[in-house]
Write a protein that binds this ligand. Structure first.
Ligand code: ADP
Length: 542
């Protein structure tokens, strides 16, 4: 027997329709490439997304055709999120931090038809446009008056001229919720970039579960600053969640430095922000150097790579900001787990609470997970036993675009490439990425643990631990350290700092001071580059 309720497809257009009708006056504030602050509302965003849909129709773009963006977080990018997907096309967010050759490869592989880009990326587009064989139209996200005259890019149009003459009356098409809505290539830290193709259904469900109190916990009472980029995994779904619940959105544009982020938070009364640890490190350094305090920020979600415990305590002890640690990946839309406390943890002392908060967290509804051994046998949830982490759920990948790499699933589960423990309360903790784990004398050393200790030293700005081949132990850890500006610490002092904080055999064999730790396109440490940098390095003779 079928249920007798209305059957309505879960389409992305329904989110912006809802925001327009119920939260039309709510603001979307963006720092633009030009440096000024632009103010818009959901009513305006909705009307202009419909103009985008018309403009794509005028170019005869087919259902499912890809429209690429090279853009910062901003209102025009948000309009494209809804105008492109809502009208049945697929928005393909390109990562501008990639090498131009990679951008060309990805745009051709995705068969993008249109490229919309921010003015700051004009130099990249000038280099790549001739080699992007499928792109027919180039649109620069600016006013007509800012359109560069002699770009050399054929038919280049300004966004405002492109959508400006279109009507804002448009009936969003109705179609199967399983149709593709958006596309993002993995950042390639785990091999060749592969495309993950999200659907309307997966996106709406992910945005809804992500907004839950034990998820990112966002509501109409919030003012959200997603520092996490809209060009990589849809800014953790925040643009969809925020529109769904009618929260005010504040976009930082290209200005990700501590001073700009702080000023925007204060002037717009942001109470919730999301980003990767490297960005928050810049913000905290700025706050410390200028002796500043937040007047409205209450919560921040940190993920994308392990959040060092010192960052969690700095935020809470010094600034009264709650850090919520989260974990996910491109293949998971990206949210998997969020570290919110259960009732039983409320009464814990500060250190015990911190011990829970440093974990990557519990599954949000929709994500099922398990850890397995080398033979695929499920391992216990005891918080100690670690194994390969597998996930499944309605916003977890089933297959890469164009079937690249064959089926990624094992008995219906997606292997994340992460190694983790899960405790009896369901809190998952990442030990490492499987390829970064250090195997020493038959035991495993978590590079994240080694890094977290170094990061707790006041002179250390960033630390990356890698394994170095060792004739007796197979591999031994060393720690590459970037010091804070003006701060000093010796190799010996840092190694002594490990004493008593971890087992002796887990203390790194050496400290290598570097000017900078290589970061990838999404602000994560690139250990492959670091290994390359240190290829002539030899362990000290004991
Ligand atoms: P990639 O394309 O490199 O896989 P993703 O952005 O999809 O890029 O990265 C996903 C990976 O990032 C996860 O598999 C995990 O290794 C790491 N990661 C994400 N969040 C966290 C976290 N909170 N703690 C530790 N690692 C994390």
């Amino acid at each position: 027997m079928l249920g007798l309720m209305q059957s309505q497809q879960l389409l992305i257009s329904s989110l912006i329709d809802f925001a327009e009708r119920h939260h039309g006056e709510v603001e979307v504030v963006s720092r633009r490439v030009e440096g000024d602050i632009h103010r818009s509302t959901y009513q305006q965003i909705a009307a202009r997304s419909r103009q985008v849909a018309h403009a794509l129709d005028r170019w005869n773009l087919g259902f499912g055709d890809r429209v690429a963006t090279l853009a910062w977080n901003g209102y025009r990018h948000l309009e494209l999120y809804f105008g492109v997907s809502g009208s049945g096309r697929v928005i393909h967010t390109l990562n501008p931090r990639l090498h131009p050759d990679q951008i060309v490869w990805i745009a051709n592989h995705a068969e993008d038809q249109v490229l919309c880009f921010d003015l700051s990326f004009l130099p990249i587009v000038q280099v790549v446009h001739g080699r992007c064989t499928t792109i027919k139209h180039f649109v620069v996200l600016c006013d007509e008056s800012k359109l560069p005259g002699d770009s050399g890019i054929p038919g280049l149009m300004s966004y405002e001229a492109w959508i400006g003459t279109e009507s804002s009356a448009y009936e969003w098409p109705d179609f199967d919720e399983n149709c593709a809505s958006s596309m993002c290539y993995t950042s390639g830290t785990t091999g060749n970039p592969k495309a993950v193709l999200y659907s309307h259904r997966s996106t709406v469900l992910h945005g809804m579960s992500g907004a839950l109190p034990d998820g990112l916990n966002v509501s109409a009472r919030d003012c959200i600053l997603p520092v996490v980029p809209m060009f990589h995994v849809n800014a953790w779904g925040l643009p969809y969640s925020a529109v769904m619940i009618g929260a005010k959105l504040v976009f930082p544009g290209p200005a990700m430095d501590g001073k700009s982020i702080y000023e925007l938070m204060e002037s717009e009364k942001v109470n919730f922000a999301a980003g990767v640890p490297t960005v928050w490190q810049m913000l905290l350094s700025h706050m410390q150097a200028s002796n500043l305090r937040f007047s409205t920020l209450k919560r921040t979600v940190i993920g994308g790579s392990a959040c060092p415990p010192t960052m969690i305590s700095s935020f809470s002890d010094t600034y009264g900001v709650e850090v919520i640690h989260a974990w996910g990946m491109t293949e998971m839309s990206p949210l998997g787990t969020v570290c919110t406390l259960k009732n039983k943890h409320q009464a814990l002392g500060a250190q015990d609470k911190l011990n829970v908060r440093i974990k990557q967290g519990r599954s949000i509804y929709g994500v099922d997970m398990k850890i397995v051994d080398g033979e695929g046998k499920e391992l216990p949830w005891d918080g100690v036993t670690f194994g390969d982490l597998l996930v499944r759920g309605p916003w977890v990948i089933a297959e890469y675009y164009k079937g690249e790499g064959g089926s990624p699933l094992v008995d219906g589960w997606f292997p994340t490439g992460d190694v983790a423990t899960i405790d009896a309360d369901g809190y998952m903790q990442i030990t490492d990425r499987s390829k970064d784990v250090i195997k020493s004398g038959g035991e495993w050393i978590s590079s994240i643990d080694v890094e977290n200790i170094a990061m707790a030293h006041p002179a250390v700005a960033m630390a990356a631990c890698i394994g170095i081949k060792h004739p007796k132990w197979d591999e031994r850890p060393i720690i590459a350290v970037m010091k804070k500006q003006g701060a000093e610490v010796s190799r010996e002092a840092l190694l002594a700092f490990y004493e008593g904080k971890t087992a002796k055999w887990q203390i790194p064999d050496d400290v290598v001071f570097v000017d900078a730790i290589p970061l990838g396109g999404t602000g994560k440490m690139q250990k492959s580059k670091l290994r390359e940098m240190l290829r002539d390095y030899r362990l000290p003779v004991a």
